[in-house]
Design a protein around this ligand. Structure first.
Ligand code: UDP
Ligand code: CA
Length: 293
């Protein structure tokens, strides 16, 4: 069977919880290894917290909910979206138990098509973080590749600008090299300017990579239609439903259009959820309730 694959994610709101269940199923269907999911508990709904233990039982995975109190001395974020982004990157050294040595972050709206064990075992050359560089084969998007000019081009000095939807954290290396402190220092300085870190969870590690080194993963680990284009789609090991700044297509619509297995995974997750919540209603309320879904 092999070593447990540890994966963490975060979700807020009905849509992203729906996506998260699909991500979970897609991971499990592509590996025979034990999997433990870690969820940042801050915004999870009571419904999700009811369903997840039963899903864990049914599909045979472990899970744990984790959080960390925002430090009083650290620049605060007010918008929910930005708080979520902050929890993706700012507290990696302190949010997990010390016994956890490696973890992979996976966006809730991602569909996995490969064995995550392969990524979990990959040699990331002593770097604390590993991310996939943005694809450059969808030329329609050249106008949106802001990292190829001006500030970012100068700052990156030949390094890649990476996408933050999937990344590996070597927690041992991360703690040893005080990567958390380094990232928080950069964050504290940059966040004073409201115009910087507009994609907080992505800009921060990319900015910090001269101090907190990033191993660049092979391109196939993160395919997303907006940036990659169809030529490389068949090689995709994961697909993120990343926002397309040009078309702004709604994610649900994109999911069905882009990912062939998505409708089946969604149906399976929704049926399971309905069964669980239905059973629960039966227990608490003997008279049938109107269907609210
Ligand atoms: N997220 C969430 N609720 C939201 C927005 C974002 O839970 O309303 C989380 C979720 O894990 C999501 C990640 O933040 O996958 C990144 O956001 P998103 O996938 O929308 O960004 P994109 O990939 O489109 O840039
Ligand atoms: Ca995403």
């Amino acid at each position: 069977h092999g070593k447990t694959i540890n994966i963490f994610s975060i979700a807020s709101g009905h849509l992203y919880e729906r996506f998260l269940k699909i991500m979970i199923l897609s991971v499990l269907k592509n590996t025979r290894r034990p999997v433990k999911f870690w969820f940042i508990k801050n915004y999870l709904s009571p419904q999700f917290k009811d369903v997840i233990p039963l899903m864990a039982q049914e599909y045979g995975f472990e899970y744990e909910l984790v959080t960390y109190k925002w430090p009083t001395w650290l620049h605060k974020q007010k918008e929910k979206q930005r708080i979520i982004w902050a929890y993706k990157i700012l507290f990696l050294d302190v949010i997990f138990p010390l016994s956890l040595e490696k973890v992979i972050f996976v966006d809730a709206d991602q569909i996995v098509r490969a064995d995550m064990g392969e990524l979990y075992d990959m040699d990331i050359k002593g770097r604390p973080l590993a991310y996939t560089p943005f694809c450059d084969n969808n030329k329609d998007m050249d106008g949106y590749r802001f990292w190829r000019q001006g500030f970012w081009k100068e700052h990156l000095r030949g390094k890649s600008y990476h996408i933050s939807a999937l990344y590996v954290v070597d927690l041992k290396k991360f703690r040893e090299t005080a990567a958390g402190d380094n990232l928080r220092v950069f964050y504290e300085t940059l966040s004073k300017d409201p115009n910087s870190l507009s994609n907080l969870d992505q800009d921060l590690p990319n900015y910090a990579q001269h101090t907190v080194p990033i191993f660049s993963l092979p391109q196939e680990w993160l395919w997303c239609e907006s940036w990659c284009g169809n030529a490389t789609k068949s090689k995709a090991k994961t697909i993120d439903l990343c926002n397309n700044p040009m078309t702004k297509e709604p994610k649900l619509q994109g999911a069905r259009r882009i990912v062939s297995e998505w409708p089946d995974l969604d149906l399976e997750a929704r049926q399971f959820t309905a069964k669980i919540l239905g059973d629960e209603l039966d227990v608490q309320e003997p008279t049938p309730l109107p269907n609210q879904s």
